[in-house]
Design a binder for this molecule. Structure first.
Ligand SMILES: *Cc1c(COP(=O)(O)O)cnc(C)c1O
Length: 362
């Protein structure tokens, strides 16, 4: 069986270093807001190229906290791609803001920058881009629009640790970014974890306070905050794994190269990228008309696949208010996409097997 993602094998490579960090935390007797968070936030900010990074409880909270940090709420509109994982949109609606859904570019799967301007109203406060599947959104037009209409750019970088646009990394392509370190992400914790990155000192201080009960110093509360902190164990584990992120991303890139060069089945539409630096291949998503039959075929040949994602957010029961929206490109993507195995621990033999079996499908 070729696993979609072998998390045990991924983390086993770092077992002794992870064990030693866990020991450090146990020995210290200090479990929250300590040295491991200091180290990880410093190293992660440096990795992204931002001035600040703050560890938080998970990726959804990271996005939520950014919106809270800006004080956006009822009546405010945030432009967001319709083709995303539902968490992006939940962060907007949870704050009482209105998500304005925009169709993606069928080639990159990211938001189509040409469709944004028509959606801007006097209530628009921000554009939330999603670097979906690991590919950084081409930002130029979005930067220009944000400037022209005085909008904030919020990045959902949950799938794009290390992806680059014009030499700058995801997390440093807007005003603030939310990351997830859910175990299956390119940089994954051994549990839930997330981070906010930004260059905005005021925003950073406010989010830091909000994430800690709205407190800027002990027992002094300036905001009605929440509890969303990254614990010391996860921070230490992430700090270990961050050292290997670039090497892991390079392995993903090499596999994606091999797939893109050798999969030549005309029934399969391969993913496209506008720049090899832009994509960290969190998932390798192909499109196929008869998806269910293809998935069953791969399964019968011992290849695990996952669908990212089977139902568009606007078609979910949770968003009945969007059920009448027609978003044909988003809907087509949700109907046709399927993700092939890709990970830093796949062997060349496994990669070749996937190619052979995919090419044999008819
Ligand atoms: C994983 C993910 C999130 C949410 O992250 P969690 O850590 O699971 O809360 C948000 N947006 C996207 C695009 C994601 O892939």
């Amino acid at each position: 069986m070729i696993k979609f993602l072998d998390l045990h094998k991924i983390n086993e490579r770092y077992r002794s270093e992870i064990d030693s960090r866990i020991k450090d935390v146990l020995d210290s007797g200090w479990y929250l807001q300590g040295k491991q968070n200091e180290l990880f936030s410093e190293h992660f900010a440096k990795f992204c190229g931002t001035k600040y990074a703050l560890g938080v409880a998970n990726g959804l909270d990271a996005l939520n906290l950014i919106i809270k940090g800006y004080g956006f709420g009822q009546g405010d509109e945030i432009i967001v791609p319709a083709n995303t994982y539902i968490a992006t949109i939940l962060a907007i609606s949870e704050n009482g803001c209105t998500p304005i859904l925009v169709e993606p570019d069928i080639n990159t799967y990211g938001i189509n920058p040409d469709l944004i301007e028509a959606k801007i109203t006097p209530n628009t406060k921000a554009i939330m881009v999603v670097h979906l599947y690991g590919q950084a959104v081409p930002m130029k037009k979005i930067w220009d629009l944000a400037k022209k209409y005085n909008l904030k750019i919020i990045e959902d970088a949950a799938q794009a640790h290390g992806a680059k646009y014009q030499g700058r990394r995801a997390g440093n392509l807007g005003d603030a970014a939310g990351f997830s370190f859910y175990p299956g992400k390119n940089l994954g914790a051994l549990g839930d974890a997330g981070a906010v990155t930004t260059n905005d000192e005021k925003l950073f201080s406010k989010i830091k306070a909000i994430a800690n009960y709205g407190s800027d110093r002990k027992y002094h509360h300036i905001y009605k905050g929440v509890n969303s902190r990254l614990d010391e164990l996860q921070a230490g584990i992430l700090d270990v794994k961050l050292q290997y992120l670039e090497a892991d991303n390079a392995k993903r890139l090499a596999i994606s190269h091999y797939y893109r060069e050798h999969i030549n089945n005309p029934l399969i539409t391969l993913p496209q990228t506008y720049d090899e630096q832009a994509h960290v291949w969190h998932v390798f998503v192909v499109r196929v008309k008869e998806r269910e039959r293809f998935q069953q075929y791969l399964d019968s040949k011992g290849i695990q696949t996952v669908i990212h994602y089977p139902t568009a957010p606007h078609k979910q029961d949770a968003y009945k208010e969007f059920s009448s929206l027609s978003l044909p490109i988003t809907e087509q993507i949700h109907r046709e996409v399927i993700s092939l195995p890709i990970s830093p621990v796949m062997t060349q033999e496994e990669v070749e097997t996937v190619v052979r079996i995919v090419n044999e499908w008819k």
